[in-house]
Design a protein around this ligand. Structure first.
Ligand SMILES: Cc1cc2nc3c(=O)[nH]c(=O)nc-3n(C[C@H](O)[C@H](O)[C@H](O)COP(=O)(O)OP(=O)(O)OC[C@H]3O[C@@H](n4cnc5c(N)ncnc54)[C@H](O)[C@@H]3O)c2cc1C
Length: 622
C-alpha cells in the first residue's frame, strides 16, 4: 500500500498548518481537509515561539504577507509581572543576545546550513561589519584558520566536473602539513573562512550570526533578512504575536491555492481494516472519504484518535492545574511594546498580547479557586475599567502518549496542550512537523539506502513491510519527551514564595508530586529543580528540532524567581573550566546588570513597535 491520499481532519490553526506543511513536503499527494462547520475552532493562541521562522522558511511563507494579513507584531519574549512578589518583574527574552554581553553565548548550533545558505548569510553578515571589523576578523582568522587545500589532479578533475566544490570542506585539510597540499591564501577566502569558523567551532554559535542584525534588542534589519540568514530549524531570538483567527484563515487560503481540497463536514465515524488501518472517513452526510493516512487536528475532541484504544493513554499533567480562561480585548495604546505581558493574578495569571489593532488579553485560572464571574471582577478591578469577555474557554493540560497510532497522527490540541504560559502550543506543532519530516527522511534513507533531497518519494514506503512501527515508536517517544520538558519548564514558573492567596499557597505542594504515578515517566519537580539548579548544564535537548528551551531560558526564570543559589553555583562552575568562558558567574553578573538597564529602557518604550512595522512595510493594509 502506498500513500497517495492524505486527510487532515480539522480547520483550526493546527489543521491548516499541517495541511500546508504536508502539501509543501509532498506536492504530488492528494490532500483533503475535512472541517466541521458546526464545531468552532478554539480561536485562542496569539503568541509564537522563534521556531516559527524555521517553519516559515521551510514552507516559503512570505513574512511581509503574513504580517500584513494577520496583523502580526514582533515578539521579543515575555514580561513576567508580580510572579516572585507583588511589585517585582522579570523578562524572559527568547535569547541572551538581546542583552548583548561580551562573549556570553547561549544556545549552540550543531547543524550546518547548506553552502548556499552559508553564502547568503555570510554576505549579509560580512557586509554589516565595518571595514575595520572586517580587517580584525581577517587578522583573527589568519594563522588560526589557514586552509590547506587538497588540489590533487584527481580533485581538480572532480571540481571541473562539478562533483567537488572547491569552497567546501570536501577538499580542505586544516592544520595538516602535508607538502602535497596547497596553502590557500585565507584572505581571499575570508568570508568563507569566517562562515566555516562560526559553524564549525562549537563554542561559537548562531547568535554571532544574528548579532549584526540586532540592535539593543530589536532587529535592525527586516525580519525577512534575519530569517534568510538563519539555517532551517534555527531560533532567531525573535517571534511574533498574531491574530489567531486570521492565522488560520491565512493558511486556509494558502492551502486552497495550492490544491488542498476543502470539504465541509463533521466526521462521525471511520472505516478500518482488521489491523486497525483507517481506509475511510465518514462525514455526517454519510459520505465516505477514502484515505491512506490521516492527521487528526480536531482539537480536544480528537475526532479520529478517540476511536482507538490508544486514546485512553491521554496523560494529564497533574501539576499544571490551570484549566479555564476568560479572553477579552483591550484597545491599543499609542505605541505598543514587543513583549507579551504575563501578569500574575490572585488565582492564576493574565496575558496581554499587543497586536496591530488591539491588545489580546485573557485571565487563565484554576476553577477550583474562582469562577468566571470572579475572574472578570478581579480583572476589572485590576485594570480599573470594564471589559467585554469573549467566550470563556476551558482546557486540560496533558498529552496523548501515542499520537501516531496506525495510519493516523494526532497533532495540535489533539496531541497535547500545556497551559498557555510561555505560549508553546503552535511552536510545539512546528516541532511535531520537524520531527515527522526527520523521521520520514530517516525512513526513506533506510528503505532507499540513500538520503534523498525531497520528500516526493514518501509514497514509496511500503507500510505493509511493517517498518512503520519503528517510525511510530520514534515519533511518539520524541513528541512525548518534548511535551514533558515543556510542561516541566512551564511548571517551574510557579516555584515562587508567594503565599498571599490560597491559589499561590497551593503551588508549593505540586512540586513534590511525583509525576511518575500519572504518566509512568519522570521525577518529581522538586527533584528536577534540584538537578537543574545544581548542574552547570541544566538541560540539553537531544535534537535540533527539540531545542525550544535550554539553560538560558531556565536561568531567566530561576533568576526572576530568585531560586538560583549563586554561591553553590560558583563552586560548581569551578569544576567545569570549559564552561567558564560562556557561562561564568562574572558574565552572569554583567548580564544581570545590563539586563536591568535594558529592562528600564524597554519599559520606557524606547523600542517602537509601530515604527519598526512601518519601516519594513509589515503594517496591515486594512
Ligand atoms: C486559553 C488559551 C490560550 C492559548 N494561547 C496560546 C498562545 O499564546 N500560543 C500558542 O501557540 N497557542 C496557544 N494556545 C493553543 C492554541 O489555541 C491552539 O494550539 C490552536 O488554536 C490550535 O488549535 P487546534 O487547531 O489544534 O484546535 P481547534 O482550534 O480546536 O480546531 C479544531 C478543528 O477541528 C474541527 N473539528 C472538531 N471535531 C470535528 C469533527 N468531528 N469533524 C470535522 N472537524 C472537526 C473544528 O471544527 C475545528 O476546525 C492557547 C490555548 C488556550 C486554551
Amino acid at each position: 500500500m502506498y500513500i497517495e491520499k492524505i486527510i487532515v481532519v480539522g480547520g483550526g490553526t493546527s489543521g491548516w498548518m499541517t495541511a500546508y506543511w504536508m502539501r509543501r513536503l509532498f506536492p504530488d499527494i492528494k490532500i483533503t481537509a475535512i472541517v466541521s462547520e458546526e464545531i468552532d475552532i478554539l480561536g485562542a493562541g496569539e503568541g509564537g515561539l522563534p521556531i516559527f521562522f524555521g517553519w516559515f522558511k521551510q514552507t516559503g511563507i512570505d513574512l511581509k504577507e503574513f504580517f500584513q494579513y494577520t496583523g502580526a507584531t514582533v515578539k521579543l519574549g515575555i514580561d513576567y509581572r508580580d510572579w516572585y512578589a507583588k511589585g517585582s518583574n522579570f523578562l524572559h527574552p527568547f535569547t541572551g543576545d538581546l542583552l548583548r554581553v561580551g562573549d556570553v553565548s547561549w544556545p549552540t548550533l550543531e547543524e550546518s546550513p547548506k553552502p548556499e545558505e552559508q553564502d547568503e548569510a555570510a554576505k549579509l553578515i560580512w557586509n554589516k561589519l565595518t571595514p575595520q571589523e572586517q580587517e580584525e576578523k581577517i587578522k583573527e582568522l589568519d594563522g588560526e584558520h589557514t586552509e590547506y587545500v587538497d588540489l590533487s589532479d584527481e580533485n581538480k578533475e572532480l571540481i571541473k566536473d562539478g562533483v567537488l566544490d572547491e569552497n567546501t570542506e570536501d577538499i580542505m585539510h586544516e592544520y595538516e602539513e602535508d607538502p602535497d597540499l596547497e596553502i590557500r591564501d585565507v584572505n581571499k577566502h575570508s568570508r568563507r573562512a569566517y562562515v566555516n569558523r562560526v559553524y564549525n567551532e562549537p563554542e561559537l554559535n548562531f547568535l554571532e550570526w544574528a548579532s549584526p542584525f540586532m540592535h539593543d534588542g530589536i532587529p535592525d534589519e527586516s525580519l525577512e533578512d534575519l530569517m534568510k540568514a538563519l539555517s532551517d530549524n534555527q531560533m532567531s531570538g525573535v517571534s511574533l504575536h498574531f491574530d489567531a483567527i486570521k492565522v488560520g484563515e491565512f493558511f486556509k487560503e494558502k492551502c486552497v491555492q495550492e490544491g488542498v481540497l476543502h470539504i465541509p463536514g463533521t466526521v462521525i465515524d471511520i472505516e478500518k481494516t482488521a489491523e486497525g488501518m483507517i481506509t475511510g472517513i465518514i462525514t455526517d452526510d454519510q459520505e465516505k472519504h477514502e484515505c491512506d493516512f490521516v492527521f487528526d487536528c480536531s482539537g480536544e475532541r480528537r475526532a479520529i484518535s478517540s476511536k482507538f484504544e490508544e486514546d485512553k493513554d491521554w496523560w494529564p499533567f497533574p501539576h499544571l492545574t490551570l484549566n479555564s480562561a476568560l479572553p477579552f480585548n483591550l484597545e491599543n495604546e499609542k505605541d505598543i511594546g514587543m513583549w507579551t505581558a504575563a501578569q500574575a493574578m490572585d488565582c492564576g495569571w493574565m496575558w496581554q498580547i499587543p497586536l496591530q489593532n488591539r491588545i489580546g488579553c485573557g485571565y487563565v485560572f484554576d476553577d477550583r479557586f474562582i469562577d468566571y464571574d470572579y475572574a472578570q471582577q478581579e480583572v476589572e478591578k485590576f485594570l480599573g475599567k470594564k471589559i467585554n469577555p469573549i467566550k470563556p474557554v476551558s482546557f486540560k493540560s496533558g498529552y496523548l502518549e501515542k499520537p501516531w497510532a496506525y495510519n493516523c497522527i494526532s497533532m495540535g490540541m489533539s496531541q497535547s496542550f500545556v497551559e498557555p504560559l510561555e505560549a508553546t502550543a503552535l511552536g510545539s506543532l512546528c516541532v511535531q512537523h520537524f520531527i515527522l519530516r526527520d523521521i520520514i527522511y530517516a525512513l526513506v534513507e533506510k528503505f532507499e539506502e540513500k538520503r534523498i533531497e525531497d520528500f516526493t518519494n514518501w509514497p514509496e514506503i511500503n507500510w505493509d513491510e511493517g517498518d512503520y512501527s519503528i517510525a511510530q515508536l520514534e515519533y511518539n517517544a520524541l513528541c512525548g519527551n518534548i511535551i514533558r520538558e515543556i510542561a516541566d519548564f512551564v511548571h517551574c514558573h510557579y516555584y515562587t514564595p508567594r503565599k498571599d492567596t490560597d491559589f499561590w499557597e497551593s503551588r508549593q505542594e505540586l512540586f513534590n508530586m511525583n509525576q511518575e504515578e500519572f504518566t509512568g515517566e519522570g521525577e518529581s519537580m522538586s527533584h528536577k529543580l534540584k538537578v537543574w539548579k545544581d548542574t552547570p548544564v541544566y538541560y540539553q535537548p537531544e535534537t535540533e528540532a527539540q531545542q525550544i528551551y535550554n539553560e538560558f531560558n531556565l536561568i531567566c526564570v530561576f533568576d526572576g524567581l530568585n531560586i538560583y543559589d549563586r554561591k553553590e553555583r560558583q563552586k560548581l562552575m569551578a569544576n567545569y573550566p570549559y564552561l567558564i568562558n560562556w557561562m561564568s558567574d562574572q558574565n552572569f553578573e554583567d548580564w544581570k546588570e545590563i539586563f536591568q538597564e535594558e529592562k528600564l529602557q524597554f519599559n520606557n518604550g524606547r523600542l517602537k513597535q509601530f515604527d519598526y512595522l512601518k519601516k519594513y512595510e509589515y503594517l496591515t493594509k486594512t
